[in-house]
Design a protein around this ligand. Sequence first.
Ligand SMILES: Cc1cc2nc3c(=O)[nH]c(=O)nc-3n(C[C@H](O)[C@H](O)[C@H](O)COP(=O)(O)OP(=O)(O)OC[C@H]3O[C@@H](n4cnc5c(N)ncnc54)[C@H](O)[C@@H]3O)c2cc1C
Length: 487
Amino acid sequence: MNKIYSVGIIGAGISGVVTALQLADNGIESVLFEQKNSIINGPPFCHLHAGGNLYPDISDNECRLLLKQSIEMARLFPHSIDKRPTFISVPKSEIYNTSDIENRLNMITEYYYELIENDQYNEVLNSAGNYYKAYTESELKQLLQLPTVNNPESLDEWMINAVKLIDIEKLKTPVFMVQEYGWNMFRTAAQAQLALNNTNICELKTNTPVTKINDVRNKKLGYNWEIYTENEIYKVHYLVNSSGYMTGKIEEPLMINNERLIEFKAAYVSRWEPQPGLLPEFIFHGERGTPHGMAQLTPYAEHYYQIHGMTNEITLFKNGLVCSHGNNIQPTFDNEINQKIWGNWDKSETQSRTQKAIEYVSRFVPSFHSATPGAQPLYGVQQVRGKSLSRRVGEVSFPTKMYARCEIIKASSALTVANNIICKLAEEGIYNGSVPILKQNELLNNILKSEVDILASEIAAKRGYPKAMARLVVEKKKEGNGRRSSN
Ligand SMILES: Cc1cc2nc3c(=O)[nH]c(=O)nc-3n(C[C@H](O)[C@H](O)[C@H](O)COP(=O)(O)OP(=O)(O)OC[C@H]3O[C@@H](n4cnc5c(N)ncnc54)[C@H](O)[C@@H]3O)c2cc1C
């Protein structure tokens, strides 16, 4: 192939796709390779970590970054955000103090005020004054007396529905209702695919694994890298490695070294018909990796619920966490984990882990006991740069010339990654437009919610999940294409 592309991107997960779309919006030509048959088909995401409230152990700075980046992504993918809040609680058995949680929520609220002051369009998580609300035991008991609200809007209304189902005797008070929303991966994939369909500045190659990279930076060929696929060799000036947990596989032969952890995790899908009113997401904090790790119950449409339980019996796996060492830049899993990554789950294990997940949640939500397995698990591998599993924000690094390595831990970091890459392209002379400060993407903005509705349900079905999981729990009242003068 004689054409020379400005940028070659390996991997069409959220980081590769958002990078490609931002490049296209800035008129920078790229070729995007994905080994699977569709984009954003890697580890699942369901929660917009807008404030980091699922992680009591991370730093205040990481919480602020998660808030800022989540707001950016909610603005980029408005049709994927499920605007229902998250109920956050600490069981009496756990060490976390509710006062620490409240102090942090106050810090995040202050930062949210600041972000809105800087840009009014950042107000995507309700007003800053309504970012969260704390509820004492007596307030909960009063709310318990009120009738279920079918379509809750205020935090109190969401709490009325929640408190009817939880065993408050088991929880420390206050408990909290926080504007951390759901984030639907099927819908994000659909909006991104529709946006990519509308541009020829990015060539998307699905079903196209990259098999080898040739570094020709010193050969004065007029380009810097050769990207090998089964049938072609692509020439590019700049290389973006956004291959997720396989980052090291690309880097090993290029002798670009870095320490990393990779972790295989799974969430389980169940069905449960509790009561007519909509429910928030539920979080019951606990120490990760112990038999009482955090329990997370995420609502989807039509009574589907996704469950995470941060124990080795549910979401985490024995031998599910491996790290790089020495010259082994790409950490490797054992065969048992690899089989799961490739989708070869033993039926009885799926059944028993889902059942354990249901029982785990029913410790705090007794009626959830009646839930039944609803679909195959959602699973994947998360990468973390360095050796500390407590990091929750990972971004992009530039370990050598004409090369970017994306190592995001949460899907919300994707726009920061993309914009940093464009800055670097300007620095390295590949791009001579103005460096972007854009928080919006025209290609994404032009996609209608109705188009997303259709494609997202097709994507869910093709991947073997109920079509209902591609719908939002809180349906937006009117059609909008998100187009606005917010740049
Ligand atoms: C169980 C679980 C739950 C999670 N929940 C959340 C959540 O609620 N919220 C959140 O923000 N984050 C969540 N995450 C993290 C989030 O899923 C990841 O941060 C994000 O998906 C990573 O995106 P990525 O683009 O960096 O990598 P990936 O999505 O892994 O994309 C990499 C892509 O590269 C492709 N690829 C690899 N090698 C090659 C090659 N040689 N040639 C061509 N293509 C290649 C892969 O097929 C893949 O599609 C969760 C992760 C897990 C495991």
